[in-house]
Design a protein around this ligand. Structure first.
Ligand SMILES: Cc1ncc(COP(=O)(O)O)c(C=O)c1O
Length: 280
């Protein structure tokens, strides 16, 4: 793997450092995005930046001036990295100051971008699916903001690994919300069911692409409704959707096995065709 390219507070570098006094370090007072690129071309960049800006507004973090020039910065980072498959990580923290819960007014945000080589999931996993555990959704009440406060997600992934599973799916009050770093879709009678967009889930870009572009093209209906944990035994299949997982079938949740229905493989194929069109 090639070493990553960093852009921090206006400079490209091969070694980025963050001061201890950064509020991102003390309080996870920050938002982030992960964007993929192929052939040095990012995809769904505008959608990711829109979500990032919304997060900044919700948290009352000042918008860094670098966001105005984000396309050029991303392109330059991808040129410097110079690989076929890459990911771009952007993190914006409220800024640096001595540690106080209440931030001073007007502190300058920290802007960090990292372009790294990316290894997509194997063909085998994408075709045959992955097993998941259930994990109680102990996250805060604003999961619609993409903050770096990800400890419950880390704990869920750790438990999944300890038990020999690939990842976890969160449930809250008996309802499936989403996975630790991707959206969750169930398939039943060729219809897709996914949690409605509210403060319990991240407004996932890949979820939106499936709902707005892929499902209508394939003539599939999408129902945005809460899915109960006990309904899992009645569905035909399920998949995860997210920037890093693409469209990833699920072959088991806890002790319930699923086959991978053609419906899911069609959605996956359409997603890859769409990404290839954007990045060719
Ligand atoms: C909790 C959570 N849900 C869903 C997603 C998928 O979002 P996207 O499709 O924008 O990558 C992510 C991505 O990081 C996530 O962390």
């Amino acid at each position: 793997m090639k070493p990553p390219v960093y852009f921090i507070d206006g400079e490209f570098t091969t070694c980025a450092k963050i001061p201890v006094d950064d509020r991102g370090f003390y309080f996870a007072d920050s938002v982030y995005e992960v964007i993929r690129a192929k052939n040095k071309k990012p995809y769904f960049l505008k959608e990711h930046i829109k979500r990032l800006k919304r997060g900044l507004r919700e948290l009352k973090i000042i918008e860094p001036s670098y966001l105005k020039d984000i396309e050029n910065i991303v392109n330059e980072a991808l040129e410097r990295l110079n690989v076929y498959e890459s990911s771009i990580y952007i993190q914006i923290t409220r800024g640096k100051e001595q540690r106080h819960h209440l931030p001073k007014e007007g502190i300058a945000p920290t802007f960090l971008l990292i372009a790294s080589e990316f290894k997509p999931l194997s063909h085998n996993l994408l075709k045959n699916g992955v097993p998941l555990i259930f994990y109680e959704d102990i996250r805060w009440g604003r999961c619609d903001i993409k903050t770096t406060m990800l400890l419950p997600n880390v704990m869920a992934k750790l438990e999944a690994r300890e038990r020999g599973y690939f990842d976890a799916v969160f449930y809250k009050n008996g309802i499936i919300t989403e996975s630790t770093s991707s959206s969750f879709f169930a398939v039943k009678d060729k219809k897709l069911i996914t949690h409605p967009k509210d403060t319990n889930i991240l407004p996932s870009i890949t979820r939106e692409v499936v709902i707005e572009k892929i499902a209508p093209n394939l003539g599939m209906e999408v129902i945005e409704r809460p899915l109960k944990v006990e309904e899992i035994s009645e569905i035909d299949g399920a998949f995860l959707a997210g920037t890093t997982y693409d469209i990833l079938p699920i072959n088991k949740i806890e002790n319930i096995d699923f086959r991978v229905p053609d419906t899911i493989l069609q959605i996956q194929k359409s997603y890859f065709v769409l990404v290839d069109e954007i990045t060719k």
